[in-house]
Design a protein around this ligand. Structure first.
Ligand code: TRP
Length: 375
């Protein structure tokens, strides 16, 4: 459509996490590491990272203390992993009332049937045994997520593959909004998802080889774990149940240690910790041929994981000494974010024809209409 004024939108990132626990290395390779790189690339005009407490409450509404306590844990994880408040705005979702307001107006643009078809919602409903008693808030959280993304006019949303249906749903809402309320001017921005580079990073399994890391399964390595805890977890990781003798040929498929190596290992790790091999391919070849024991591979992985987590742990220790300063970062970030969301909100209200008091022309023309009736 040539009537649409479309200027290239500045590149803006928005993403976030539900504060229901400490972040683990699945979060790290799946998203956090990438966010820090994007932050430091200088390519983005604005970066917003949101602690999605309101969304966490949609399935933890009976447990507000859990959400409340994990705000600081997630904030500490963010900052220790390298998110820098001078470059990235850290915010708490519930502190931005405009997000709720947007959600309300967007709900007119989404049908119940469409939400029921959302694959992420579908599988989460199953996971939580909500089949018969789905809270409305939970059911509609994709709409609130669309509000999160569009309030900040995000162009880019770094997320795991499980979140792709949310981005799709957001794009539909944006298109519908433009079609109905502002066909001549793109008030909102169509976001794109940015997914992790490799399969291993997309779905890092739990240490027990189960598909998903989850607190309740006790199969996570947390960013805040002590070196001893990490050691215990890595050395007892699930490998290949058929690889009994060192001389037996090993299998890589479903072998958690190798999946973790795919996600974490860089060429320089071989020079440093395992110079007998040039790269991961050689190590895998030896393993599948037979003659390479699990303990040796696990020790290698342990070195890499410890090396990766060490600076994060050290930074966390520093940050933990001044917790009020961390809350202050969140408060300032939330205030800053609110200003951006309020600007979008006012554009949305204008497009939706509900900006009565800002529109002097409205009042004048209504006066004219009534005057005409008189005369
Ligand atoms: N749904 C995301 C998760 O469970 C968290 C989230 C909330 C989010 N709002 C968002 C992610 C907006 C990206 C963009 O991890």
């Amino acid at each position: 459509m040539d009537t649409v004024t479309q200027t290239a939108a500045p590149k803006v990132i928005l993403t976030g996490d539900r504060p229901t626990g400490c972040l683990h290395i699945g979060h790290y390779v799946g998203s956090l590491r990438r966010r820090v790189e994007l932050q430091n690339s200088g390519e983005y005009e604005k970066i917003f990272i949101m602690i999605a407490d309101a969304q966490a409450l949609t399935d933890n509404f009976k447990n507000p203390e859990k959400v409340r306590e994990n705000i600081i844990e997630v904030a500490l994880d963010y900052l220790s992993a390298g998110l820098d408040p001078s470059k990235t705005t850290l915010l708490i979702q519930s502190q931005i009332p405009e997000l709720t307001e947007l959600t309300f107006f967007y709900s007119n643009l989404v049908t119940v049937a469409r939400l029921q078809r959302n694959p992420t919602v579908k599988s989460e409903i199953q996971m939580r045994n909500f089949e018969t008693d789905i809270p409305v808030g939970f059911f509609t959280y994709p709409i609130s997520q669309a509000a999160d993304i569009t309030a900040f006019k995000a162009t880019t949303v770094p997320v795991g593959v499980d979140q792709l249906p949310m981005i799709e749903q957001t794009r539909e809402i944006v298109n519908r909004f433009h079609y109905i309320y502002s066909p001549e001017k793109e008030v909102l921005v169509l976001p794109e998802a940015l997914i992790p580079e490799s399969e291993a990073c997309q779905r890092l399994p739990g240490t027990d080889g189960k598909a998903k890391m989850s607190k309740s399964l006790g199969n996570c390595i947390y960013l805040s774990d002590t070196p001893d805890a990490v050691k215990t977890k890595v050395m007892s990781m699930y490998t290949d149940p058929l690889h009994i003798q060192v001389s037996d040929p090993g299998h890589l498929e479903g072998n958690t240690v190798f999946t973790y190596l795919d996600a974490f290992c860089k060429p320089e790790h071989f020079e440093r910790y395992l110079p007998d091999y040039a790269n991961l391919e050689e190590l895998k070849d030896h393993y599948t041929r037979g003659g390479l024991g699990d303990v040796k591979v696990k020790k290698f992985l342990l070195n890499i994981v410890q090396e990766t987590l060490e600076p994060i742990r050290a930074k966390r220790k520093e940050l933990e000494k001044d917790i009020p300063a961390v809350y202050e970062i969140l408060k300032k970030g939330s205030q800053e974010a609110r200003e951006v969301a309020a600007q979008t909100m006012s554009e949305v209200k204008h497009a939706m024809r509900i900006d009565y008091f800002e529109d002097t022309e409205l009042i004048r023309s209504q006066q004219e209409r009534f005057a005409a009736k008189e005369g």
